[in-house]
Design a binder for this molecule. Structure first.
Ligand code: BGC
Length: 392
């Protein structure tokens, strides 16, 4: 009995000890003091950690910025170019700073400087004077900012990676061939007939203007030589026919002067104009001279602006060159992506566009002739303009 009692007491003691231990273990979780020691992570902190993990796997960077410098709003095409570029770049997630410089070179330089200061990653530039940006382009190059020449080549600089444009010589060739076909110059030449012609060429500070002139002259020269085309003013060289800053007013003044001096009876057959804006100036000159609108010369143009298409539909102008700015913007955007995301830009010319420092890899879009016979199908059918936009 005595032993039994001892065993019972021992058992009770062991049980007591066990339960005390268990109690202490539970207490670790429940005592307020212990709670203070356990710094439970707050939800914000956990969220931050998980965001950091995500960022390591998939870095969330700031959107890259692209500066788009356009020359002017006075001509419709540049408004379309700017709008298309901005929309396409924004769709891809880029931040876009689009600026127009009112054909003022200093303003364009200061706009580009401010884009550089604001930390753009890439510059897309349609210059006013292609030779006047060398200094600001050096600043861009020194900061590692990529530069793309838009429509007009940037001259005298190594700070340009790509060039997106239209085939500028082809623009001239198309205008020349149109005149050749519609005036039937081949048969006129055979028959010894002749037509009078005057030239209104593009701006001397725009490389495109020279390409265009060369394209026109490739077709026109033989006819000027054999007397099928007669330029009474004798002004057939680029230097004599170019019009600074593509100014409509200057084209009008030039036309009035030429009509006064060489065509007082209004017997000018062809006004070979390199730009829709010049065509408007020529039409104004014709009206100011009081010549009959039924005896207009053949008038050419470039850009397929809305007023030009209206003129063509009304028989006041003969043709223009359509440059689909949507296509140009798309090609240029592939260049931006190539430079900023290691993409592969589309290039189709690596020989023609030397800017006095380097041959700039280029994409040349295709220009298209527009006249009365096809404007509806190509421009309206192709969704470039609506009928309302053209004829309202
Ligand atoms: C463009 C033409 C435009 C002209 C005047 C040129 O650089 O290539 O499309 O008509 O500028 O704006």
């Amino acid at each position: 009995m005595k032993n039994k009692t001892r065993i019972c007491i021992l058992l009770a003691f062991v049980l007591l000890l066990l339960s005390a231990c268990a109690g202490t273990a539970q207490g670790t979780d429940s005592t307020p003091a212990a709670e203070d020691e356990w710094n439970a992570p707050d939800e914000d902190y956990l969220a931050k950690l998980s965001q950091q993990d995500q960022e390591k796997e998939n870095p969330q960077t700031e959107p890259k910025r692209v500066g788009v410098a356009m020359p002017t709003k006075t001509s419709e095409r540049w408004i379309n170019d700017g709008m298309n570029m901005k929309a396409k770049l924004e769709t891809l997630g880029y931040e876009v700073d689009l600026q127009y410089a009112d054909d003022d070179i200093e303003l364009q330089v200061s706009q580009i400087e401010s884009m550089i200061r604001n930390g753009v990653n890439c510059l897309v530039i349609a210059s006013i004077d292609s030779t006047q940006l060398t200094e600001v382009l050096s600043q861009a190059r020194d900061k590692g900012i990529a530069v793309i020449a838009y429509d007009r080549l940037l001259m005298d600089t190594d700070a340009v990676s790509y060039y997106a444009t239209f085939d500028n010589k082809a623009v001239g060739t198309l205008i020349g061939r149109y005149i050749e076909d519609k005036m039937e110059l081949k048969s006129a030449s055979e028959k010894g007939q002749s037509y009078t012609i005057e030239f209104f060429m593009g701006s001397p500070d725009d490389n495109n203007a020279v390409f265009l002139y060369n394209g026109i002259m490739e077709v026109m020269k033989p006819y000027l030589k054999d007397g099928t085309l007669v330029c009474r003013s004798g002004l057939t060289e680029f230097e004599d026919t170019c019009i600074l800053r593509w100014s409509e007013d200057t084209a009008e003044e030039t036309c009035i002067r030429l009509l006064n001096e060489y065509y007082p009876g209004g017997d000018l057959d062809i006004a070979c104009s390199a730009f829709d804006g010049f065509a408007y100036g020529i039409l104004k000159a014709w009206q100011k001279k009081g010549f009959s609108m039924d005896k207009l010369p053949m008038i050419t143009g470039q850009d397929a602006e809305k007023p030009a298409i209206k003129n063509i539909a009304e028989g006041k102008m003969d043709m223009t060159i359509y440059k689909d700015t949507r296509v140009l913007a798309s090609k240029c955007v592939t260049m931006v992506q190539a430079l900023l995301e290691n993409g592969e830009p589309e290039i189709n010319d690596t020989t023609q566009y030397h800017n006095n420092v380097l041959t700039v890899p280029s994409y040349l879009c295709e220009p298209v002739v527009i006249d009365r016979s096809n404007y509806e199908e190509i421009l309206i059918g192709g969704g470039y303009y609506t009928k309302e936009q053209l004829f309202q």
